[in-house]
Design a protein around this ligand. Structure first.
Ligand SMILES: [Zn+2]
Length: 219
């Protein structure tokens, strides 16, 4: 079931690992196909996963449909996003700079126009135990009107219409967090005004600019 999609999800997870956005088993990737969600399994080493490490569950409740292993422990978070937003793929990481900021700030303001590709300022969802329904609810709320959020004491989450967009968004989020961190280290970062943001959004829409990481299928 969804064999090619499962291979692509595994390839996306390996790509995130190769880019240093996930370490060991700390992260998960999913994609939606109609009423089906394919998601990396719990406990998978993301640097070396393959299609057999991707589990298929059903929407809206996450019933196990295919795969030898249980789904990721953050299944409730992924399902909550698919139920609430028009998402085609989701990436959750413990990327180091995003996670560091999530331990300190309540929000990353718009300091760079490319941040608007993720919806604007990046909210930090309050802390809750990993894998809990409470964490899913808090994080979904932080994503309102956005494609990315940070999770206090935990990590980062990004969704997009497809896997290349979600992986690209995860890379962009880590880059934005790095820029904000360095800017804050040397002074008070200037933020884009509402007018500047509106003009940049229009320019981005006109240019079709986006950050996508195309996913290879070979291990
Ligand atoms: Zn996590």
């Amino acid at each position: 079931m969804l064999e090619r999609e499962r291979e692509l999800i595994a390839a996306a997870a390996r790509e995130l690992s190769a880019n240093g956005l996930v370490l060991g088993t700390a992260g998960n990737v999913s994609a939606r196909h109609g009423d089906l969600v394919a998601i990396t399994r719990t406990g998978a080493e993301l640097a070396s996963v393959d299609g057999a490490d991707v589990t298929v569950v059903g929407l809206p409740d996450g019933q196990h449909l295919h795969g030898a292993f249980p789904a990721s422990s953050e299944l409730a978070l992924h399902l909550g996003i698919y139920r609430r937003f028009d998402a085609g793929a989701i990436v959750h990481t413990h990327a180091p700079v995003a996670t560091a900021l999530a331990c300190v700030v309540d929000e990353v303001p718009v300091v760079h126009y490319q941040q608007l590709l993720l919806g604007g300022s990046i909210r930090v969802a309050p802390y809750a135990t990993f894998g809990s329904d409470e964490l899913a609810e808090l994080t979904v709320a932080a994503l309102d009107g956005r494609r990315a959020a940070l999770m206090s004491g935990h990590g980062a989450i990004v969704f997009d219409g497809d896997l290349p967009g979600a992986v690209g968004g995860a890379c962009l989020l880590e880059w934005i967090c790095t820029v904000f961190w360095r800017a804050r280290a040397i002074g008070s970062p200037r933020t884009l005004s509402e007018v500047q943001q509106a003009e940049a959004r229009a320019a981005l829409a006109a240019s079709g600019e986006g950050v996508r990481v195309e996913i290879g299928e070979s291990a």
